[in-house]
Every structure is written in structure tokens, then in C-alpha cells.
Design a protein around this ligand. Structure first.
Ligand SMILES: Nc1ncnc2c1ncn2[C@@H]1O[C@H](COP(=O)(O)OP(=O)(O)OP(=O)(O)O)[C@@H](O)[C@H]1O
Ligand code: SF4
Length: 286
């Protein structure tokens, strides 16, 4: 058992840490991380969820959760995360996006600075008690992934991952590289999600297969992984996650979480509910 680290001390009250991986950029890893956090949140009225965006050069979680423009502040006990559900405070979010002066600013950092930022996110944020911490990572397997695993080494028993791919052969090849990374570092994989698997017609809800489909499921079978499910191209989802005002919380209605209400009505939400059931069942063990 590795000795304690500042991150493992800070995260001692976090039950499960799920790292979201994708071999290739643009396959929908951040939107899957966002949906995973939203669905874990709505899986129980008491679930406490955190989402950490370590995609340092392309942070998109604040925008997807409708939290652009928010800032984090320091307390005597560290950084206070931004709560996507307002005063309910069960969905905590942290991202480098909250630290940039302008949202168009780019982060151009070398490895050691990225490592320092990740250490701070894990050890200086007041995460508190969480049932789940979802971590959105950059595409591929890079310094950020190694830093995460190093800082959280003493928490190994609580770590797991989900791999996101699209059905095209080139994305599947990159997903295989992700899988071999998880095997090399001994990181358990909860399963594979095939995103942009078909297209849902906004008029009639019919699903058509624009790209090939089923490649993710076939890879899962071949590699003896759980196939968590397929998510089609969903125009309602993309409109919602791109809208900066989708989560404007009305201060007169303390319990409103507008983004969650709108998300729950999308075709993706129903499909993701099943994915989350598979994930929570697998985390509970036999
Ligand atoms: N199932 C889907 N249906 C429709 N649009 C989607 C779907 N999944 C993702 N998108 C959209 O595709 C774009 C890219 O998605 P996202 O940012 O999640 O990808 P990513 O893999 O995290 O990208 P990056 O490589 O930049 O980290 C976003 O505009 C997102 O809303
Ligand atoms: S799937 Fe049906 S309703 Fe949708 S665009 Fe095609 S023909 Fe029209």
C-alpha cells in the first residue's frame, strides 16, 4: 500500500473515483463526463457528486454545466468548488476554466506546471464527502493521466475508468491504446461507451446509422470489457450543452437545477440512465 499523499488525505471521504478516458479528441469525452455526473446525481436524491476537469488545455465542463463566468474562491480550508445545483450543493465542479481571466484564453503549460495544477485540484479543493468523483481527462494518455494516478496512488482501490469511443475504425484504434494504458497501470475499466452511435431524427425519433455502428460493442466483446451502451448523435443534447444560459439558477427558487430539468427531457438522458445503472451495479460489486 502506497503512503499517503496530500491528494489522498483530501479525498479520503470520496467513495468512488471514475476517470473518463478517450483515445481520440472530439469523440465526446467531456459530454459523457458531464452526463455521467448528471446521471449519478439524479440516481438518488442524496447522491453527492464531484466533477473535476483536468483537460487543462481545452476545459469544456464549465460551459457544458452552464457555469461559464463563475469563479472559485479561497476559504481557510482551500478552494471552494462551484456548485452546478446552486444551494443544494450536491454537484461540485472544478476546472481550470474557472481560473482563466477570459474564457477564450489558452493554457500553454509544460508538464511540471500541469502536474502542479492537478496536484492542487486534488489536494486543495474542498471536495468534502462525495459518493462519486468524475474526472474528465485530455484525449490520449499523457502527463495529466500519469500525474492523476501518481497523486491518487494510495486510493487505488477506489479508482476506476470508463473509455469513450465513436464507431469509426480510427477512433476504435485509439480506444485500444487507452485500454492498453489502463492495463499497463493496472487501472480497472468499468466499460466502454460508444458515442455518436447513429443519429436520432429530431422529427420522429428514428435512429439512423450515419457512421458504421457496433464497433465499440465488438471491441468490448473481443477485449472482455463491459459494453456500457451506445449514445446516438442527439441535437437536443448538443444545443443544451452549448447554451451558456442553460443553467441560470433563479435565486428565488433555491432547489431549481434548470440544466438537469432540461437534460432529463433529452433522448440521451434515458439512454444514459441505463449506462449509469450498469456502472453503479458494477461499483457495488457482487
Ligand atoms: N452524442 C452526441 N450528440 C450530439 N453532439 C455531441 C454528442 N457527443 C458530443 N457532442 C458534441 O460534440 C462536441 C465535442 O464533444 P466533447 O467536447 O464532449 O468531445 P471531447 O472528446 O471531450 O473533445 P476534446 O478532444 O476537445 O476533449 C461538443 O459540441 C458536444 O456537445
Ligand atoms: S427519420 Fe423520418 S421523420 Fe425523420 S427526417 Fe427521416 S423521414 Fe423525416
Amino acid at each position: 500500500m502506497s503512503s499517503e499523499t496530500p491528494a489522498s488525505r483530501r479525498l479520503q471521504s470520496v467513495k468512488h473515483i471514475i476517470i473518463v478516458l478517450a483515445g481520440k479528441g472530439g469523440v465526446g469525452k467531456s459530454s459523457v463526463s458531464t452526463q455521467l455526473a448528471l446521471n449519478l446525481y439524479r440516481s438518488s436524491p442524496t447522491a453527492r457528486v464531484g466533477i473535476l476537469d483536468v483537460d487543462l488545455t481545452g476545459p469544456s465542463i464549465p460551459r457544458m454545466l452552464g457555469l461559464d463566468g463563475h469563479g472559485v474562491h479561497q476559504s481557510s480550508d482551500g478552494w471552494v468548488p462551484v456548485y452546478a445545483d446552486g444551494s443544494e450543493a450536491r454537484l461540485a465542479c472544478m476546472s481550470v476554466g474557472f481560473l482563466l481571466k477570459n474564457k477564450g484564453d489558452s493554457v500553454v503549460w509544460r508538464g511540471p506546471k500541469k502536474n502542479g495544477m492537478i496536484r492542487q485540484f486534488l489536494s486543495d479543493v474542498r471536495w468534502g464527502e462525495l459518493d462519486y468523483l468524475v474526472i474528465d481527462t485530455p484525449p490520449g494518455t499523457s502527463d495529466e493521466h500519469l500525474s492523476l494516478l501518481e497523486h491518487m496512488a494510495p486510493l487505488h482501490a477506489r479508482l476506476s475508468s470508463v473509455i469513450v469511443t465513436t464507431p469509426q475504425a480510427v477512433a476504435l484504434m485509439d480506444a485500444m491504446k487507452c485500454l492498453s494504458f489502463t492495463r499497463a497501470v493496472n487501472l480497472p475499466v468499468l466499460g466502454l461507451i460508444e458515442n455518436m452511435s447513429g443519429y436520432v431524427c429530431p422529427c420522429c425519433g428514428e435512429v439512423s446509422n450515419v457512421f458504421s455502428t457496433g464497433g465499440g460493442e465488438a471491441m468490448a466483446k473481443r477485449e472482455e470489457l463491459t459494453f456500457l451502451g451506445g449514445l446516438p448523435v442527439d441535437t437536443e443534447l448538443v444545443t443544451l450543452l452549448d447554451a451558456s444560459d442553460a443553467n441560470t439558477i433563479d435565486s428565488t427558487d433555491n432547489n431549481a437545477f434548470p440544466l438537469l430539468q432540461k437534460y432529463s427531457a433529452t433522448p440521451s438522458a434515458k439512454l444514459f440512465e441505463k449506462i449509469v445503472q450498469r456502472i453503479t451495479t458494477s461499483l457495488q460489486g457482487p
